[in-house]
Design a protein around this ligand. Sequence first.
Ligand code: PMP
Length: 284
Amino acid sequence: MDGTLVPREQAVVSVFDHGLLYGDGCFEGIRAYNGRIFKVGTHVRRLFASADAIRLKSPYSHEQWIDAMRCTLSANGLGNAYLRVVMTRGVGTLGLNPFRCPAPTCFIVADQITLYPPSLYESGMKVITARRPRNLPAALDPSIKSLNYLNNILAKIEAVDAGVLEAIMLNHEGYVAECTGDNIFFVRGGQVVTPPVSAGLLEGVTRGFVMELCRRNGIPCEERLFRIDEIKAADEVFLTGTAAEIIAVSQIDDTVIGGGAIGPVCRTLTDRFRAAVARDAPED
Ligand code: PMP
């Protein structure tokens, strides 16, 4: 918390913190595998990009953030963990003005995360198409990983109401953007496709790594716009995210995908992903 290691009970934030009052701040979710912090360089760059976009200045350098993550992991005796890295606008007066908050609140949590039940990684996951569109990039750009997650949470409620755990979100023009907490890919005739950042989505670190794995393994992968009908006709659909890693989709609304089983491309990418993080997880 703000540069000091504190026990869990003392890791508390003021009720005057604008992160809590207004969702004013940004964050990262990062995994550590065997003591190595997966793609931490990319995550910290995204944290700083989010902070810049909301005119929040980090009191710490990239290196200081990374050192603090390592300290938090070791203080908790964790080698495999999920890190939540948060920078809020800080404590201020009641009222929106961000410039009346003298210093950001910065904290790192190291814990375990199980986003989806392990059985879903074998069976594939059912998802729905959310009725609610993803935020308009000109209004609140989804590429900013801000503490404002209500757009996603309201779509997640649609999913939970429908008895599933994820929802595909379309942008304001009806193109597929991403899911509430994961990026989305499909495979058709051996070609991997994912929406471009311009569709209005978070540029996921896992998404980037999966695209890198495609390149390294000679799997064609392109970024382009597509609509929900096209993805429903895919051979395979899968989601990516730090917490989710890679998870296959077996059904979208009433449409079963690729016979409902996990497809070969998703299987290969998952194997390559597991191998890459098990050995010597890349930190940059
Ligand atoms: N989209 C959204 C909206 C997210 O919140 C996340 C992270 N949970 C992702 C995509 C995946 O990003 P990453 O791979 O960097 O975790």
